[in-house]
Design a protein around this ligand. Structure first.
Ligand SMILES: Nc1ncnc2c1ncn2[C@@H]1O[C@H](COP(=O)(O)OP(=O)(O)OP(=O)(O)O)[C@@H](O)[C@H]1O
Length: 318
């Protein structure tokens, strides 16, 4: 449904400063019915890439095909079959919700009934309200309703749940899952890693205009070490543990009697540790073993924690 090959996008005139190259050779494909998430810190190049797929700008280099066509040069063929939810909808604030959707439906080929689109996003009871009176989250939902009006085969969602409360976010997730079950292909950008983990069949992490890692969330997470934490029993030391390398431990740290082991073989390391503790008749207080989260993998791949803007991970733990 989407094929992107060596895509490049430079802002400003050709030959100007290289620093304006926001997309630097991005390649990926998205199959029918897949949810594909583009992740990355602010300025990584996600929106610049998605805008090329939406046909809003011409690439400086490389190729993009959506539904088999060039979305910029063959816009007439592509536009009726895609739905686009931009970061900023920018609709006239004086119009009512139903009026806005009706106006948009008038420009949409084969639009579904306005009431149906509003109901899908939970705005069924807000039709008479002016756009300027909607909350930020309700405006995002109106943007989504408009993107869904044309029953798109490919849906582009640029940070669709920013500003939504936890309940509305989960309702949106349910909607995206339902659309996927019906065969809609979804390209999503998000700062909420929990959202990517919950929705995406595959993710690609961008940094400085390039895709640095791609795969299923499990593959991306699997490439990062799992952790085991416990308190060393009184009178025992890390040196008393079985040889850590033989247990598959990559790194270890000890702080105030709390031990953390990092391992790429969680089961083997944990089994070795527990057999040792049973053998010595010891209780490992505060024992906690877990695989890396997408958030940890993201932080390791996309930049150091200080690079990540505040609020980026606000979605976790809701
Ligand atoms: N219209 C523009 N003119 C010049 N530079 C731009 C323009 N739009 C974006 N850029 C630059 O391109 C780079 C990538 O921006 P982009 O908006 O694609 O990143 P993003 O990953 O979507 O970020 P965010 O998560 O903040 O939305 C940034 O350095 C940005 O400053």
């Amino acid at each position: 449904m989407i094929e992107v090959s060596q895509l490049r996008r430079r802002y400003g005139r050709p030959g100007e400063d290289k620093g304006c190259e926001a997309v630097r050779g991005v390649s990926f494909t998205v199959r029918r019915g897949e949810v594909f998430a583009l992740l990355g810190t602010n300025g990584a190049g996600k929106t610049s890439t998605v805008e090329l797929l939406e046909g809003l700008a011409r690439p400086t280099g490389g190729e993009v095909r959506v539904l088999g066509h060039d979305p910029y040069a063959q816009r007439r063929l592509v536009r009726p079959r895609i739905g686009v939810m931009l970061q900023e909808g920018g609709f006239p604030s004086e119009l009512g919700v139903t009026e806005t959707a009706t106006m948009w439906a008038g420009c949409t080929t084969g639009a579904r009934p306005v009431a149906e689109a509003l109901a899908l996003v939970g705005l069924g009871g807000r039709g008479g309200v002016r756009v300027k009176q909607l909350s930020g989250g309700e405006r995002r939902r109106l943007d989504l309703a408009l993107a869904l009006l044309g029953r798109p085969e490919v849906l582009f969602l640029d940070e669709p749940t920013t500003g939504l409360d936890p309940e509305a976010r989960r309702t949106t997730w349910e909607l995206v899952r339902r659309l996927r079950e019906e065969g809609t292909t979804v390209l999503l950008t998000t700062h909420y890693l929990e959202e990517a983990e919950a929705l995406a069949d595959r993710v690609a992490i961008m940094r400085e205009g390039r895709i640095v890692t791609a795969g299923t969330p499990a593959q991306v997470i699997g490439a990062h070490p799992a952790r085991i934490r416990f308190a060393m029993p009184a009178g025992w030391f890390v040196g008393d543990l079985p040889p850590l390398a033989e247990l598959g431990v990559l790194r270890h740290e000890e702080n105030d009697g709390r031990v953390e082991l990092q391992t790429s073989e969680l089961q083997r390391t944990l089994t070795g540790l527990l057999l040792w503790a049973r053998d010595k008749d010891l209780e490992l207080e505060g024992l906690d073993a877990r695989t890396a989260s997408l958030e940890e993998a993201f932080l390791a791949i996309a930049g150091v924690p200080g690079d990540v803007p505040a609020g980026v991970f606000a979605g976790r733990g809701e």
